[in-house]
Design a protein around this ligand. Structure first.
Ligand code: GRG
Length: 313
């Protein structure tokens, strides 16, 4: 998809332009650091897998990347993160206020782009998605430092904050192609399951990964007292002592005992169990697109499900 993604890149750079110098500086800073561009890829792959070749697909692909980038700018402020995409975060360099406001610029620019394709359904899908993402972040805030949240409550947060934009990206490809409702729902379900798998792996890499590879700091979730699946499963499977160590770490955001906690998470099998949960979601995603006609685009969508689980960055 390199040629197609180059077209998305061109739209991204054209649409980033502003007369306000600081906006260009910060938005270019974060966009030029790259990122995997999975969400725009989903828009393009679904559009092409369903036979749509109109130029609106590039505008829509760039739109979801802008929304994603806006959420990253806001998220790094909320989480006080200082490393993203292998670079210092925008908030670490330009400050919180500038990061939030440039996030607002990207977010509102994305709405201008949605309107430009002149389809009410596109606005409908993305207005709903961004609203749910914001709800997910607020739910996550409520769960912070709470070691007693259920797996269901955790899964709800990751469906809202991450899977929703994957779902919307996949759905947009189908909306552009004008397929019937049941086909559109299958594409959306693929995105939802892939996004869930993706976030599960994101959460396990916070314990298993390497900072250099990830481009963000390992152990950040623990520092914030975020009760993610690896910790919830380790508490279920561990001894009473191990459970107490993890409870205390979640309650107090204790990163000093990170090595010990990583060892508990590993030795209780919580990493592998989280990866299995991701694998299940990825398989479900593949099943949801079984009725797509055969094409290289469908093959790529199937392969993305493998990559999402096996990735280490
Ligand atoms: C502006 C609509 C709006 C909402 C603000 C802060 C917030 C509400 C939402 C944050 C949601 C969020 C950051 C979820 C995590 C998603 C996630 C897994 C990000 C990392 O995605 P990758 O790995 O990043 O695709 P790259 O760097 O590859 O683009």
């Amino acid at each position: 998809m390199a040629d197609e993604m180059a077209q998305v890149d061109a739209v991204i750079h054209r649409r980033l332009a502003s007369e306000v110098v600081l906006i260009n500086q910060i938005s270019n800073y974060i966009v030029s650091a790259g990122g995997k561009r999975i969400r725009p890829l989903l828009v393009l792959l679904f559009a092409r897998a369903l036979g749509f070749q109109g130029h609106e697909r590039f505008e829509m692909a760039a739109t979801v990347e802008f929304i994603h980038t806006a959420t990253l700018l806001h998220d790094d402020v909320v989480d006080e993160s200082d490393l993203r995409r292998g670079r210092k975060t925008a908030n670490a360099i330009f400050g919180n206020a500038a990061s939030v406001l440039v996030g607002d610029f990207l977010y509102s620019r994305s709405f201008q782009m949605m309107v430009s394709v002149n389809r009410m359904r596109v606005l409908d899908v993305l207005a709903e998605a961004t609203n749910v993402i914001a709800e997910g972040e607020v739910l996550q805030l409520l769960n912070m430092h709470d070691p007693d949240i259920t797996l269901d409550a955790y899964l709800r947060v990751i469906r809202y904050k991450t899977a929703k934009l994957f779902e919307a990206s996949a759905r947009l490809g189908a909306v552009l192609a004008g397929v019937n409702e049941s086909s559109e729902e299958s594409c959306a379900a693929y995105g939802r399951c892939l996004g869930t798998a993706f976030q599960l792996v994101d959460d396990l890499l916070d314990y298993e990964g390497a900072t250099a590879q990830l481009g963000k700091n390992v152990g950040d979730d623990l520092r914030e007292g975020k009760p993610t699946m690896p910790l919830l499963l380790a508490m279920q499977a561990g001894t009473e002592d191990q459970r107490q160590i993890i409870r205390h770490a979640i309650e107090h955001g204790e990163v000093e005992r990170l090595d010990e906690i990583v060892e508990i998470v590993r030795s209780t099998g919580a990493i592998e169990a989280t990866r299995r949960a991701a694998q299940d979601e990825a398989r479900k995603a593949q099943d949801h697109i079984s009725s797509l006609p055969p094409s290289q685009f469908k093959e790529a969508l199937l392969y993305l499900c493998v990559q999402a689980v096996e990735r280490n960055s």
